[in-house]
Design a protein around this ligand. Structure first.
Ligand code: ZN
Ligand code: ZN
Length: 189
């Protein structure tokens, strides 16, 4: 994980965790003070975390999706489908049960978990509940999101594109997808 630090002259340099609290020499000759690691992590992760933590919290409280309007045709419906959203693939367990390392796909969260009490607290809460909801699989951040979709529209959700469009009808899901554009989506029922 590298972080960006900016010199007074406007140039940026990459800093690693090892540079935290020290200084880097800019091409202009000035020394750039690198903040302590927790500050670097916060600065890099605050925006990313807010969407995931918010969705986690709302799911645990049972406040999502927060509407009965079909996410495709916007008519009122009592039907709900569930979409598995895998925001980050840190470690996957294959069918045979062998853990396999996977490249992280466009998400930063795994690298940031250490310094963020909010998410850790949320994860602890999750462990106590057996409800469909966010699950921490190794370094993955995964959710099963309830989505109001009427029976007529259900079959329009075959493609990722239409699934994304439907999810985006819910503002908190849209924020999550903004943060994790490479998230894996799967209709689970
Ligand atoms: Zn400079
Ligand atoms: Zn509909």
């Amino acid at each position: 994980m590298s972080y960006e630090v900016r010199c007074a002259c406007g140039q940026t340099r990459e800093a690693s965790a090892a540079n935290a609290g020290a200084s880097l020499l800019c091409v202009c000759g000035r020394a750039i003070e690198v903040p302590p690691l927790h500050q670097l992590r916060l600065a890099a992760g605050e925006a990313v975390l807010s969407a995931a933590v918010r969705v986690e919290a709302l799911l645990l409280k049972g406040l999502l999706p927060g509407t009965r309007e079909c996410s495709v045709c916007f008519r009122e419906t009592g039907d709900v489908v569930h979409v598995a959203v895998e925001c980050e693939r840190g470690r996957m367990t294959t069918a045979s049960g062998t853990p396999r390392e996977q490249a992280a796909a466009g998400c930063l969260l795994g690298a940031l978990i250490g310094g963020l009490p909010g998410l850790i607290a949320a994860n602890r809460m999750m462990k106590q509940t057996e409800v469909e909801g966010p699950k921490q699989i190794g370094q993955d951040v995964a959710f099963t999101l309830p989505l109001p979709v009427c029976v007529d529209c259900r079959f329009d959700l075959d493609e990722r594109q239409s699934l994304v469009r439907a999810l985006r009808a819910i503002p908190d899901y849209a924020a999550l997808l903004d943060r994790y554009p490479a998230a894996l989506l799967r209709l689970v029922g």
